[in-house]
Design a protein around this ligand. Structure first.
Ligand code: NDP
Length: 355
């Protein structure tokens, strides 16, 4: 019988600890039986690696839409791409290359029903110029849809209004797309913050950001004043923490924060969204800045139109992406740890197999 492998959860990092490679194990396991009752047997090609998995490593996730892993559990991630090996589901046939946005098992082969795999769909490679991994790095729930719907629903971008957008975590999966989408939607200037000079170069030289600030080596406050002389109108916040507090202080009256993520505090025992200092709250109040919680999952009726727009931009070459690809399922845990520390540029993926 063919061999199978999966990633399991072995050790909690602790609510105040950084995730480490030994939180994950890699084991040989049984090859799945034949699919029954609408199941499909999938072979994994690519996995999406997402910061939201961090909360599942705690005993309580602090959110309602995903639960914690228990020690010994098989890791179920977010998106994945695979090929149907066998199917007991009439909608899918052997050989179909498929993608899904949720619950993709970190296994070489696994059985699942399309219902459990959020929006399991066939891949049309003509929509991604033949590069199937773009289904995860641009067209997935936790990449392009998060960025696009965040800008559209919470950014209040008005074409021709001379708005300046700042994006934190700008060289990552959501941030790199959010900045480009901000420009496409009509912002006159887009500035990214990120953690290395290589990432800054990527933003300005490859993606068309107007400026980039390395928050680890530069004085963010004075740099922002220099590159955003008319203040900040839209802030797409992927990171939270001190960096966001500095950026919010430079926002204009009636401006908008897209509260996408707060990765700077994911290794801290604080609620989500975390409390912000009183002086920042005062700025938000005094300047009438909106900062509502944003969760892409709350906009299911917008997914189809969002996807259409992302496909159009992709085919027109208007959205550029970088992928950081770890090779082999055995390195999936390491890829997660690396991404949480900034080891990725663009979307962090794992390449598991070929069709
Ligand atoms: P990224 O590809 O952006 O990877 C994470 C990045 O976070 C790292 O590369 C690193 O970049 C940065 N980072 C890590 N620690 C810190 C820190 N202490 N301060 C500042 N930056 C840090 O991940 P995603 O694009 O997948 O996710 C981005 C954010 O979007 C996350 O907060 C995630 O939870 C959120 N998200 C929200 C969704 C929603 O529905 N609201 C859906 C999907 C994602 P650097 O080198 O620049 O430090």
């Amino acid at each position: 019988m063919a061999k199978n492998h999966h990633v399991i959860f072995t050790k909690r990092p602790g609510v105040n600890g950084e995730p480490a490679e030994d939180n994950f194990g890699y084991e040989e396991c049984d090859y799945p039986c034949d699919p029954q009752n609408n199941e499909v047997l999938l072979k994994t090609l690519y996995l999406s690696v997402d910061p939201a998995m961090r909360c599942r490593l705690n005993e309580e996730t602090g959110v309602t839409y995903i639960g914690p892993f228990q020690i010994g559990d098989r890791i179920g991630g977010f998106g994945g791409i695979g090929v149907v090996v066998k199917s007991a589901c009439p909608a899918f046939q052997e050989g179909d290359v498929v993608h899904a946005g949720f619950n993709w098992q970190w296994a070489k082969y696994f059985l699942e029903t399309p219902r459990e795999l959020f929006q399991l769909g066939k891949i049309d490679s003509s929509l991604v110029n033949g590069k199937v991994s773009l289904y995860l790095s641009i067209l997935s729930l936790t990449s392009g849809l998060t960025s696009y719907l965040g800008v559209k629903e919470k950014g209040h971008v008005i074409p021709g209004a001379n708005q300046t957008m700042v994006v934190s975590g700008a060289a990552g999966a959501c941030g790199s797309l959010a900045g480009q989408i901000g420009k496409l939607e009509g912002c006159s200037s887009v500035v990214g913050t990120c953690g290395s000079s290589e990432k800054c170069q990527f933003l300005t030289k490859e993606l068309g950001f107007d400026s980039a600030i390395n928050y680890k080596t530069q004085d963010v406050s004075s740099e922002l004043q220099r590159v955003c002389p008319t203040g900040v109108d839209v802030y797409f916040d992927n990171v939270g923490g001190d960096l966001s507090n500095i950026i919010i202080q430079q926002m204009n009256a009636d401006s908008h924060v897209v509260l996408c993520g707060q990765i700077a505090v994911y290794n801290k025992d604080v609620p989500y969204p975390p409390p912000i200092p009183e002086e920042v709250q005062k700025t938000l109040r005094d300047k009438n800045i909106t900062r509502d919680r944003y969760l892409v999952l709350n906009y299911p009726d917008k997914f189809e139109s969002g996807m259409k727009q992302l496909v159009q931009w992709t085919l027109q070459g208007k959205l550029k992406v970088r992928e950081t690809i770890a090779e082999g399922l055995e390195h999936a845990g390491k890829a997660f740890v690396s991404m949480m520390k900034g080891g990725n540029i663009g979307k962090q993926l794992v390449h598991v197999g070929d069709s």
